[in-house]
Design a protein around this ligand. Sequence first.
Ligand SMILES: Cc1ncc(COP(=O)(O)O)c(C=O)c1O
Length: 420
Amino acid sequence: MTDVKARRDAVFGAGSTLFYDEPVHIVRGEGVYLYAADGTRYLDMYNNVPSVGHCHPHVVEAVSKQIGTLNVHNRYLHEAILEYGERLLATHHDGLASVVFSCTGTEANEVALMMARAATGGQGIICTDAAYHGNSTEVRRLNHCRSSTGDVRSVPFPDGFRFDLDHPGQDPLTCYLDQVQAVIDGFRNDGVDFAGLLFCPLFANEGLPAIPDGFLPAVAELVRRSGGLFICDEVQAGLGRTGNWWGYEVQGFQPDIVSMGKPLGAGMPLAATAGRRDLVEHFRKTFRYFNTFAATPGQAAAGNAVLDVIEAENVLNQVTTVGQQLRDGLRPFMGRCEPMADVRGEGLFVSIEWVTDRRTRTPDAEGAIQVVEQLKARGFLTSNAGAYRNIIKLRPPLVFSEADAAQFLDAFEDVLDGLD
Ligand SMILES: Cc1ncc(COP(=O)(O)O)c(C=O)c1O
């Protein structure tokens, strides 16, 4: 282990992040399980990229067959990627009619920003103050953004759990909407034409907060009334994670542009940006966008195989049922565990809020990390996340079953029993 870690530091350069005090050295994955070099089996409660489970045989077979036949860039006609594009778009609302493929969530967001700016002629973009949307020079500007000047500006993410601490007696919906409107007004006052807003519909990296009812539909209205476009980052929230195809369905609104990534290809790099046909065609004419590894037959095989599994194995219903089972099983523990102050989420995306004191709701990142380490010691891989790093985040592959959830709940109870 130490040897592998030292070798990794030398090859990657020290500073490349690893999970857990004692990193896990994995050699194999199957379904919801990961197997370590020392033979330990872990139940994977965290990885959303192997969306239909690690090494799903249908995906492995489809991808192997395709790359053994043809895999080449997309300046040729090839039907599999068209079939995939049609199937992917069919899962969305009717307004999303065309798609640009890429390889990472970062690229999908980059394309979305270019598309919105080209369509509106504006530059001004709104994001939240605790988001992560990717790692390119432009997209990075939206990460943990605290700017109130320039062409990228942030609003506080909606945090229903803590709202009343700083805003006693106020209405969260009105307050958060006013903040969005204030940024739009600020752009106008400063002569920055407005292009749109980019939010994750669940605010996943912010910590899956409690979102005031009706917030995102009302934001979409404000944005459009001011000539902007609503870009929805579905890189984490999408493709069945919530038990719906897309996170925006949970929130009850229809975005103008959607970026997608992580779970689409079950580990094959596959990402996409969908929009109205006229938006996409304007983007194509403006930028002549080309991405060598995007829209290939290999990507198409992975994407189609993932959709096959989701449909054939009734995955969306299972996600809804098992997600509910997890939350229902976790909530009673709050009665006996003071730091466990809230359990939230949608489908198989669960956040457990860990605090030092329920009255002040002070985030306890150290406590959350302790629970994560204790779960790992019992063979369950989770992580801590969110704006304050105090959220224990559960986001297993979508094929996580009722029996898996039951095992996890037992282990979680055991960890609580052992806490100081
Ligand atoms: C919400 C969200 N958007 C975009 C990205 C960037 O995706 P990628 O790492 O594939 O570039 C991430 C990655 O964690 C993400 O969580």
